[in-house]
Design a protein around this ligand. Structure first.
Ligand code: SF4
Length: 56
């Protein structure tokens, strides 16, 4: 699969993944889409990697 993210997003994503994996915290915990039926991803509520993650 081709990665369409611009470089600065890829770098940010790298550090976010690193932090998420190290701390074992789930992205969903502070994700803007973690309410009601806003997110239907299978990873929820324990996503460590998620392309739709957006900080609240
Ligand atoms: S978009 Fe991703 S990080 Fe956000 S709640 Fe859904 S699965 Fe979790």
């Amino acid at each position: 699969m081709k990665d369409h993210l611009p470089l600065h997003r890829r770098i940010a994503e790298f550090f976010r993944r690193l932090f998420a994996a190290k701390s074992r915290r789930y992205l969903c915990d502070d994700c803007k889409w973690d309410y009601g039926a806003a997110c239907k991803r299978r990873e929820r509520p324990n996503a460590l990697v998620c392309p739709d993650y957006k900080r609240r």
